[in-house]
Each structure stands twice: as C-alpha cells, then as structure tokens.
Design a protein around this ligand. Sequence first.
Ligand code: SF4
Length: 893
Amino acid sequence: MPATMTSSVTTRTTCPYCGVGCGVLATRTGEGSIKIKGDPQHPANFGRLCSKGAALADTVGLEGRLLHPEIRGVRSSWDQALEEVALRFREAVEQSGPDSVAFYVSGQLLTEDYYVANKLMKGFIGSANIDTNSRLCMSSSVAGHKRAFGEDIVPGCYDDLELADLIVLVGSNTAWCHPVLYQRIVHAKKQRPTLRIVNIDPRRTATSDLADLHLSLRPGTDVTLFNGLLDYLRRHDRLDLAFLDAQVEGFGEALAMARQSSPSLPAVAAACGLAEADLATFYRWFAETDKTVTAWSQGVNQSSSGTDKVNAVINVHLATGRIGKPGAGPLSLTGQPNAMGGREVGGLANQLAAHMDLEDPQHRQAVQAFWQAPVLAAKPGLKAVELFQAVATGKIKALWIMATNPVVSLPDARAVRRALATCPFVVVSDCEDGTDLKSFAHVRLPALAWGEKDGTVTNSERRISRQRAFLAPPGEARADWWAMTEVARRMGFAEAFTYTHPGEIFAEHASLSGWRNGGTRLFDISGLAPLDVSRYEALEPVQWPVHAACTEGTPRLLASTPLPRGKARMLPLDPRPPANGIDDAYPLVLNSGRIRDQWHTMTRTARSPRLNQHISEPYAELHPEDAARQGLRSGMLVRLSSPWGEALARARISDDQRPGSVFMPMHWSEQFARQGLVNALVNPVTDPLSGEPESKHTPVRLAACDLTWHAFLITRRPKVIPACDYCATIRGDGYWHYELAGQDAPANWQAWAQDLLDEPDGEWIDYMDRSAGRYRCALLRQGRLEACLFVSRSEDLPPRDWLTGLIAQSALTPASRMSLLSGRPANSSDDPGRTICACFGVGLNTLTRAIASQGLRSPEQIGQALRAGTNCGSCVPELKRILADLAVPEVQA
Ligand code: SF4
C-alpha cells in the first residue's frame, strides 16, 4: 500500500523480470525522480535486488513508448481500434470457425490479464488457441509436474535452499538468470560452509564458481545421469520404502528402465562424458544427504526430451521421499515473472483454468458453468511453435499478440516472420513502439509498462504478490485486461466481461479455483475470493493454496498429505538423444541462453546505460580447440549457420565451453543488432509432450566473417545507420555507440561520416591511411567531444571505454585531445576497461590495477576498495574469476 514519506511516496511492488519475483520499493521523490530498493519485507528477496532489478528506475521513461492506438500505421481512437479488432475476430470465427483465431500471450502479463485472455478465448470464442511465450521456457516442467503429481505443483519453496545440505543446480546459470536466489545460496554457504553445491551444466558458468563440484555433462544426457542415480540409490539402500509404499506408484517400472539405460557407473560416465570419480562423488553426496534440493531451469526444460528430464529429477526425489520437506525437494525455477500465474489461469493451449483439464468433461462442464459461457473449447489448442506454423499455412486468420515478440524469441525466427507477413489480421499489444514486430501489425494497442500496471504475479515458489502501479498511465496506454474486456463486449459477450478493476478479476479467478473443488485440486486460492478492492490493494505476498484450512498460505506440499488425484507417479524414462545430432556439415552444438544484465528482447533493459556495459554485443563463445580449428580469435566477427538460418556474433574463446559446443545469448533483436538474432538459427523441433523447443541443442557451423571493413561510432545523439552487414546499437550514459561492419565500404569515409553526423558547425579532425584502409575522425564543439568514428579493414580497433568516457567531459584536456585519434589515453591508467560492476561502473582495467597495486585478495577486499560487488552482488562471480585469472590466492572474508 502506498505510504507517504515527507514529499516522497513509496509503493510496494514486484520486479517485472525473472521468476524469483523480488519485492521492490519504488519511491517517487518530491523532485519527480524514481528510486528503487529491494523490499526488506518481501519473502522472496528480503531486500536484495540484482543488477537488473536495481536499474529499474532507468527503464521507466516514455522515450520509445507506444502511446496511441494505430490501425495500419495510422493513429486511431481506442474505439476505432477496438471495433476493428472485434469485427475482424468475429468475421474470422463466423467464416472459418473458432479455431481460425488465436491469442499469443506472455509470462509478462499479470494474472488478471491472463485470466481475461483465457476466459475470452476458451469460454466465449470457443477455441483453445491461446498459448504463451512461457511455452518456450518452462512448459516441460508443467508437463513433468502433471505426469508426476497429476497437477502442476511445485512442492517446495525458496527457504529450502537455505535449509538444504546439498543443492543440485541442473541446467541453470542461477548466478545470472535467478541472481537473487543465487545470492541467497551464496549467503547460506557462507553461514554454513558444509552446504554442498553441485552444478550440472555442459558449460562452466558464473554459477560454477560457487560449486563444490561441476559436472560438465554431454548435452542431452541428463536422463541417463539421473537414471543412473536412481539405480545407485537402490543399490546403496537409500530409498524411502515407506514413502514409496504409501505415496508413490510406478517405482518398479522406473527402476527397471533406469537399470537398462544406465547399467553401471562407468557406463553412465561414458555416456555423459564425465569422469567416473566426479560422477561417483555426486551420486555419493546425493545418496548420503537427506536435505537435498534439486533446482533446474531452461537447461533441462528447453529440450525435445525436456519433460523426461524433469521427471528424471522428480523420480529420484520421490524414490528418496525427499519432497515437500524443509530443505528437500525438486524445485523448478521459472524464467518469467508470471509464468506461474499464467499456469494457474490456464494460459497454455493444453490447459483449462484453475488447474482443471481440457480433456476432462467434468472440468469443462464446471468451468463453463462458472463462466456461464456459451461454448467451451473441447480440445487442446495449438502450442506456440505449431501456432505460428498454422499461421504460415493460412489456418489462422486473426492473431492477437500481447507483451511478447515472437519474431525474436521463437525458434526458426525467420520462418515466423514469413508466416506473420501472410497473416490476414495481426493485433499487437505492446508498450514499446519500435520492436521488430511493428511492421507485421494491422492494429497496435498501447499497453501499460511496469510501474503503470496493477495486478498480481506468482513466482517460482507459488507466491502470489501484488505488482502495483506507482505511475499514471501515459498517453492513451491502457491495461491489457481492459482492452480484452472491451473487445469481448464488442463481440457480444458484455455480460460476462463487466470488469472495471483488476481486483474484480482476481476475486473471480480465486472463486473459480475453489469452484467444485472439494479438495480435488491443490491449486485453491478460494480464501482470497472475498477480497474487496481495498483488501486486494493491501494483499501481502502469500503462497497458494490459500483456503479455509490454510488461510495464511502453504510453503510446502506433498510431504505427508496424499495427492488429491491419487499417488505420485514415477516414470520409466528411456533416454532419447536430441532430435538433431551434429554431422560434418554442422559439427557444433549451439546452446542459447541469458546473460547477466539483459532481459528477453532488451526492450526495457537496453534503456539502462549501466546494464548495456557488461556485455554490449551478441557473442558466440566457443572452446579454444574449436576456435583453433577454424582460425578464430576472440573479438572477431563470426558467422554461425544452421539448417534454419544464419547469424553474426563476436567470437569469445573460452575453455568454459565444452569442446564441440557454442553458446550465444538469446537477447539481441534486429532493433539492437542486425544479424545478431540467435533464434534465426534455432531448431524448431519440440518436446512431444510439452511442446517446448530444443533451444539448447541446434547443430551449427562457425566461420570467420569475411567482411571488408569494421568500425565503431560513438556519438551524443542517436543516428540512423545506413545499410550494412552488421550493426550493434549500444546506449551509454549520454551517448550512443554503434559497432559496424560490412562488405561494401563507402567510397569516401569522410563524406560518409559528415553525412551521417550532419553537424556542419562542429570542428572536425580526421586521419586517413588509404593503403591500410584506416580512417579516424572526431567532431568537437567548443572543446567537447561530440562524436568519433574509427574504421579499419579488420576488427583490430582501439578499445572503446576510454573514448566513451571522454563524452562525459565538458571539454577535452589537451592531453586527451592529443591522444584522441590514437584511441588510447597517453596515460593507460585513464582507461577503466570493460565494465564488470554495473552498479558502480567499475571496469576491468580499474580492477586489475587495484588488485595489483593494493594487494586485493578477495571480492570483499575489492568491495572495500572500489565498491564493486557491494550493491546487488551480481558481479561477484566475475570478481572471483578475475582474481583467479590473475592467480591471486583468494582469502576467506
Ligand atoms: Fe528481478 Fe533480479 Fe529479483 Fe529476478 S532476481 S526478480 S531480475 S531483482
């Protein structure tokens, strides 16, 4: 609830990024600025925030916002736009049936938005063609939970990470992707050094630095690994026979298959590409530690056998009875802030609502009766990848996309673009104006952004929290639930869509969860149904179920109470290799994923200069052996090719990669890097049960990018860069930075630069070496650096950090001016180097010098000297790596 503090107003809300769901205190100061702090009372983070959360204030400006509805690129009124949407959807349904229309929504939506979307599509339009970008990140966990528990249930909670004696992190770079949970684990290990951490991931990541054991398994062999563990547990008498007898079925079949697929420790080690001794250590630690949490993320889910991998993890927890107990259980870490809320309302094409099943006639009848709906979808709809394939074949005549950008985030993204270009009617609801999706929309509807939205989200531990508005809606931006309600009314469903406040929607959602439930579904928040608007405003974070028997919520499930739908189920799992293996044409495995300081397609985080400094361009990280085979060096532009497309990225050579594998971040769209789109490469094959794409295993090849010129431009004002083969756009603090490369060089670089910068009254200094293909120029005004351009035939250009620092100076010193076109300061200590700590802008060179000159030996000592790592802590793993790379023996704090 907002609380007045002198002239400032503080609002308790939640972070809009990852599934940790951190509480945030957003304060509007008397001067109108926004200050962000972690909410010390929120049980997900207890006041912590990561670099992204801490930079939220940088992202709330109105620059680049979509603020008015548009029809075919022309501004319209809301009324016109809503009429057009309702008319075109109604026409499509009348002419081609309900399955000719679809919604593609997002884990960024609030639960209230999601609820209205699901109700409109499944109960009133009569199709289940509503799917979500959550399909791309955790639908394998949903399918795995449903197979094991009969319902999509996360049994444990975050506190278990602190109570555990062993934490197994599988396919999860927790340090970068769920940073506050990682900080909680770091803190727990500091308090209790006997806490063991095992990190199972083909890549060595920032998370591996905390691990007592890193298992760099062969990609795709997780089921073999956990099947082997199941058999090991039986052979070493570590099963919980009483729990198995009372609460679990399927043990015999699961064990038989495990023994068949993983007959011995040496066989498993060979199949998984692991040292036998390391594998034996993991199995022994797991066997001897009752308080074990296994947490996983996209490295498990994003696979053509993702559901089996999830069940392989759950199998070993069921076999040992380590489930739903303090410090013990399987824990799926969801990617998005409200992926879980979407699951609760049935926002996936194969779900109903309130954890009811589309295939169950009683459930369908219950939902239809509750909604008083004229029809109810009778069969599952199209899952995300299938949905856009149906767009391509012309089956979908009208599509409404909300809060997501499928032309960037779906696999085989170029095919998605081609499909959308043929779709007769596309509606896009977004708060951003300039996304890659813009050109495909017939109608665009301006949505609210974080800070303006008002509703609820559910995090990875089933905790429902309020996301509260603290900013007025700008322009004509409106809530997504409101836009859908208005369309529903115009389609003839006014009586069922009377909402005027998100609290009314939440109350209806809560009522539905208890409707004809009678203990048959664990998802029951009927205890929240009586909330009026003022109690909804004041709602405190609470973990479902919340009903008459547990009014304060429920931290853990399944330990002692049987499942409503019978026993939990262990699955016999026959390991399947990834759908497409490598061959001579495509000899490397591409793995895509997140980086520390960016979120999804960067529409919000790229607004923050400090978040853009850590990693500024798309990159392809590969092992030194693979790089040597191709003659590649770090910093070169490389071309990645797969059977589905191509992309360009900057090479990084690191033995953190397994030989034969490449990692590339998922974030860059055409908006921020021409040709940097990883999903142009990614295989669109999916898990047969969950429909989740195999984003971690695409066969690719790599080659040096044969371009004739390379350049960078740093300028105070954004510029429209002419066509070239590669252009990465990086927003800095008071400047724009472009990395450029191309095949056809301009005939005259001087004219090109003057044309582009278009600043006739400035002072130009430049330098040309035609024979070397080198050109450098700078534009100054009254002694201040306005812009500079450096061009070369190769990537061998000066570092950018010193030059971007000069932009901040009101006038160049004579020494800086003298050195300007060399690109390097006369005194090397003036160059901070690549940013490591985003919160305090501390660069690699600054760190290296301080470590050497001040004898710093630990991240704590670095923090005392330079403040690096003392705010959000996200850079602490890198500080450790820098110390290790400099061979500085670390001292314990
Ligand atoms: Fe936001 Fe970071 Fe917390 Fe995730 S860990 S919710 S990104 S502050």
